[in-house]
Design a protein around this ligand. Structure first.
Ligand code: SF4
Length: 218
C-alpha cells in the first residue's frame, strides 16, 4: 500500500513537471551497448527544451555502464558544458577525488538530472526537468544500478518524487523510489561553498553508498 502511494506521488510530481511519458527502470528494452550508444547520439542532438541554444555541449553522463552505482547531480556547470563530461569542475573534482579514495572513478557512472547547462548555473526549471528526466530514466533502466546516489537537493527531490527535501535530515539515508534504491548526500558544490567543513560527513556518505551498492566491502 505504501509502495502504491509512493508511485502515485512520483507520477503526480512527474505530471507537474510536464512529463507525459515515463520510462520506468526495470526490465530493459535498451539492452545492448550499441543501442545505448545510439540513444546517447540522439540525446547529444536534443533540442527539447529552452537550454539547447545556450549550451556548448550536451553532457550525457559517463563512466561504467555495468556499474552497480550511479551518481546523479543537478546539471552541468561551466567546465562540464565546455568538456561534455559531468563533474569535472572544482566541485566535480572533489567528488572524483573522494570516490577515488575507495575505488577507481571509472568504475562508477556519473550523470545529472539535466544534460545541458542552465545559464549562470541557475536552478533547473520544472519544464526543463520534465523535458530531460526521461533521458536519465532511460540511463537508469539500461545501467540498472543497485544504488542511485543523489548529490544535493535537486536530484533528491526529483528522484524521490517530492516537492522539497531538507538535506540535513535525510542525507546519509536510503529510500525506495520508482527509480530504485536512492541514497542521499550533499552536492559537492555545497561542500566547496562551505569551506569543506562537511567533507568528513560527505566522505563517509560516499563510502556508505559504495558499500550499499556492493562496489566495496565494509
Ligand atoms: S536539457 Fe535535456 S531536454 Fe533540454 S535540450 Fe538539453 S538534453 Fe534536451
Amino acid at each position: 500500500m505504501k509502495k502504491i502511494k509512493q508511485i502515485k506521488t512520483c507520477l503526480e510530481l512527474e505530471k507537474a513537471f510536464g512529463i507525459t511519458e515515463i520510462t520506468l527502470p526495470g526490465k530493459t528494452t535498451r539492452n545492448t551497448k550499441q543501442e545505448f550508444e545510439q540513444f546517447r547520439q540522439t540525446v547529444l542532438k536534443c533540442t527539447k527544451c529552452d537550454l539547447h541554444p545556450t549550451r556548448k555541449t550536451v553532457v550525457f553522463g559517463d563512466g561504467n555502464t555495468l556499474s552497480s552505482i550511479m551518481f546523479v547531480g543537478e546539471a552541468p556547470g561551466e567546465e562540464e558544458d565546455k568538456t561534455g563530461r559531468p563533474f569535472v569542475g572544482k566541485a566535480g573534482q572533489l567528488l572524483r577525488e573522494v570516490i577515488s579514495e575507495f575505488l577507481p572513478c571509472d568504475q562508477v557512472y556519473i550523470a545529472n538530472i539535466l544534460k545541458c547547462r542552465p545559464p549562470q548555473n541557475r536552478l533547473p526549471t520544472r519544464t526543463e526537468i520534465g523535458s530531460c528526466l526521461p533521458y536519465l530514466s532511460s540511463q537508469i533502466k539500461f545501467i540498472k544500478p543497485s544504488i542511485i546516489c543523489c548529490l544535493g537537493s535537486t536530484a533528491t527531490t526529483v528522484l524521490l518524487g517530492k516537492q522539497s527535501v531538507t538535506m540535513g535530515a535525510i542525507r546519509g539515508k536510503s529510500f525506495q523510489s520508482i527509480y530504485g534504491t536512492v541514497f542521499v548526500t550533499y552536492h559537492p558544490s555545497f561542500l566547496v561553498r562551505r569551506g569543506l567543513i562537511d567533507l568528513p560527513i560527505f566522505k563517509n556518505d560516499i563510502k556508505q553508498a559504495l558499500i550499499a551498492s556492493g562496489m566495496i566491502k565494509r
